[in-house]
Design a protein around this ligand. Sequence first.
Ligand code: AMP
Length: 205
Amino acid sequence: MISIHPLTPKYITKYSLAYTDGVVHLSTGDMLRAAVAAGTDVGKQAKDFMDSGKLVPDEVIIGVVKDRLDESDCVECGWLLDGFPRTPAQAEALADAGVSADCFIFLNVPDEVLVERVVGRRTDPETGKIYHMTFSPPEDEEVLARLEQRSDDTEEKVKVRLEQFYANVDAVKGSYTDIYVEVDGTKKPDEVSATIVKAIDSVLA
Ligand code: AMP
């Protein structure tokens, strides 16, 4: 399934035929949260920025992504970058490393909708499943009791995250005008997925 993450542009390449499970999904947010949880050097450098809703410095994240793209699963199966590049320097670093994509998908969602989605978002630490307290509540009390909220999923932090997004988005988009596809992210998840799949199919046809 293609990940829907409306705060960030999406960058997709080398989609294999079975793109529901064929490519490696690289979410830089997930990678950084894992690094913070594991207490690695990258995690230590990233933590305070993430907690405040700010972008992690380019020099911290760029190396992580480049190294990951060089691993054999990405080289063999292709990849979907979710949440990267988020700054012009990150886009430039990919280009300098000779990394190119087939399709850049921009999920467009108004700020007020994003805030509502983010503030209601919860994760089940046992299954990794993501819920929304209003739009997709958990099936039972047991799951409800163990749900966790990301520390940056508050209204206050989302405002900072949006500021960071607006400071960079035009420059990032500008690097991908030839492969840019804009998708209305306010539609139902199935519709959004179908539109993305169609866009990818058409660039790979
Ligand atoms: P996300 O899970 O995509 O919402 O990302 C969570 C947080 O991780 C962001 O608010 C940033 O602090 C950090 N982060 C994720 N991707 C990047 C990136 N490409 N550049 C800088 N910081 C990032």
